[in-house]
Design a protein around this ligand. Structure first.
Ligand code: ZN
Length: 418
C-alpha cells in the first residue's frame, strides 16, 4: 500500500487509510514517514537474551566443545539473577534497534527477563526452562518444575506470555518430558525445545535410547502442534512421515547453525509440506548478534543455496517467516505479526532513503536483500513508541552500555575454568 496512513488507537491498529482520505483524519499525534516502509515488527522466535554478556567469547569451535567446554563452564561461573537482568536489558536495547518487537526467550532466572521486558515495554514469550542438569538457577527438574508452578499462580503481565522450555533431548529425561507434556496440556501452553540441532545429538540418542530424538519425543507425546522445534538441521527420510503427520512448528536459526557448523535446516522441504517455519537469532554467543534483518537475509540466501534453486523462498516469504510465522508459532498470530486493523500495533519503520536501498523499485526486496539495521528508525509495541528517529525511548542507553562494560571487566578478570 503506497502513501497510506496507519491509525493507532488504544494500542491497536484502528485503520489503514488510503491517501485520498488522509486529509479528513484527525489524530492527537502524527508521525510522517516519507521514504519509509512500515512493517510488522520482527518476531525473534528463538533467543537466549542474557547470553549477550558472553558475546565474543568461545568462537570458532565445534558445537559440543563450544557448549560443554566453554558455555556451560562460563555460565556456571557467572550466571546469576543480576547477570540475566543486565544481559536481557542489553539484548532488548539491541533488539529494539533492529526492529524486533517480540522475542521468544529461553534462559535461567526467567523472572529477570520478564522484569527487563516490562521495563522496556517489549513483548516477550518467556520459556520456563527445564533440564536434568544442575545450574546456578536450580539443582534439577524438581526446582525447575517448582518454579514453573509458582509462575502459574498469577497471570502473566501485559505483553508477556509463558511457554514450557525443556532444553533439548540430550539433557532432558523421559520423566521430565512426560511432566512437561502434562503441564503444557493442563495450562494450555506451547513447548519450546532445541531438537535435532547437531549430528552428535542424534548419535547420543541412538546410543542411549536406541532411537532418533524425534522418534523418542513422539513416543513421549512431546511432538505435537504445541511444539516449537528449534534448529531441525538433522532431518532424514525416516523423520518426514512423523513431521508430516504431527506438524510441529519449526524454528530455524540459520546464522547460529552456520557458525557452529550444525548443518542445514531443509527450509524449502518444510514449507512444501505446509509446516509453519519461524526464524530466530539464537543466543549472541553463537550468532553473534540479535539482528533479525540480517537473519532474514541469511535465511533467504541459505535456503536457496541448500535447495539448489534460486526461485525458492522469495523476499516476501522470508519476511513472513520473520514476522507472522513467529507469531503463529507462539499462538499470537491473532494479535501480532501483520498490519491489520484490530491487531496490536507492533510496528517498525525502515528508512529506504539510504545509499544501500536506492533506487527503490521494490521496497520488500530492498528490505530483505539490501537494507541494514541502521535504517530502522521507529519501533512501536502495542502502540507505544519504543524507538523514534533511532532514539531508544524505554531504555537508558548510557546505563545499559555502562553495565555491559562492568560485566566485561568482571568476566575478563576471572581466569577460565580448566
Ligand atoms: Zn538456542
Amino acid at each position: 500500500l503506497r502513501d497510506f496512513g496507519l491509525g493507532i488507537t488504544n494500542g491497536k491498529i484502528a485503520a489503514l487509510i488510503p491517501p485520498q482520505d488522509l486529509a479528513q483524519v484527525t489524530a492527537t499525534q502524527v508521525v510522517s514517514l516519507d521514504d519509509h516502509v512500515v512493517l510488522p515488527g520482527f518476531v525473534n522466535a528463538h533467543a537466549h537474551s542474557a547470553m549477550v554478556l558472553l558475546r565474543g567469547l568461545a568462537n570458532d569451535l565445534p558445537i559440543i566443545t563450544w557448549l560443554e567446554k566453554h558455555i556451560f563452564p562460563l555460565e556456571a561461573q557467572f550466571v546469576s539473577a543480576e547477570f540475566v537482568r543486565d544481559g536481557t536489558e542489553l539484548a532488548i536495547a539491541e533488539m529494539i534497534q533492529s526492529g524486533t518487537t517480540c522475542f521468544n526467550d529461553h534462559y535461567f532466572f526467567p523472572e529477570e527477563a520478564v522484569a527487563a521486558a516490562q521495563k522496556a515495554k517489549m513483548r516477550a514469550n518467556i520459556g520456563l526452562w527445564v533440564a536434568d542438569i544442575p545450574t546456578n538457577w536450580g539443582k534439577g527438574p524438581e526446582d525447575y518444575f517448582s518454579y514453573f508452578l509458582k509462575a502459574m499462580e498469577t497471570p502473566p503481565p501485559n505483553l508477556i506470555q509463558y511457554a514450557l522450555a525443556p532444553h533439548g533431548p540430550y539433557i532432558v529425561s523421559d520423566d521430565a518430558f512426560k511432566r512437561v507434556v502434562a503441564l503444557a496440556e493442563q495450562y494450555d501452553l506451547p513447548i519450546h525445545a532445541h531438537i535435532h540441532e547437531s549430528e552428535e545429538e542424534i548419535r547420543r540418542s541412538l546410543k542411549q535410547y536406541g532411537k532418533r530424538p524425534l522418534a523418542r519425543l513422539h513416543e513421549l507425546g512431546v511432538l505435537s502442534q504445541r511444539l516449537q522445534a528449534v534448529h531441525m538441521t538433522q532431518i532424514t527420510e525416516e523423520d518426514w512421515p512423523l513431521l508430516e503427520r504431527v506438524r510441529p512448528h519449526i524454528t530455524t536459526c540459520p546464522e547460529s547453525n552456520l557458525k557452529l557448523a550444525s548443518g542445514f535446516a531443509p527450509i524449502q522441504k518444510f514449507l512444501e509440506r505446509g509446516l509453519n517455519v519461524s526464524l530466530g537469532t539464537d543466543g549472541a554467543v553463537s550468532n553473534n548478534d540479535l539482528d533479525m534483518l540480517s537473519e532474514t537475509r541469511t535465511l533467504a540466501l541459505l535456503s536457496k543455496g541448500v535447495a539448489g534453486d534460486a526461485t525458492v523462498l522469495g523476499a516476501h516469504e522470508a519476511l513472513k517467516i520473520a514476522t507472522l510465522n513467529g507469531a503463529k508459532a507462539m499462538g499470537l498470530d491473532h494479535k501480532i505479526g501483520s498490519l491489520l486493523p484490530g491487531k496490536d500495533a507492533d510496528i517498525m519503520a525502515i528508512n529506504l532513503n539510504d545509499f544501500s536501498t536506492l533506487p527503490t523499485y521494490n521496497p520488500i526486496t530492498q528490505v530483505v536483500y539490501s537494507a541494514g539495521r541502521h535504517q530502522i528508525t521507529h519501533v512501536w509495541v502495542q502502540g507505544e513508541a519504543l524507538m523514534s528517529e533511532r532514539k531508544l525511548l524505554t531504555c537508558d542507553v548510557e546505563e545499559v552500555k555502562a553495565i555491559a562494560r562492568k560485566w566485561e571487566e568482571k568476566i575478563v578478570a576471572v581466569p577460565p575454568l580448566e
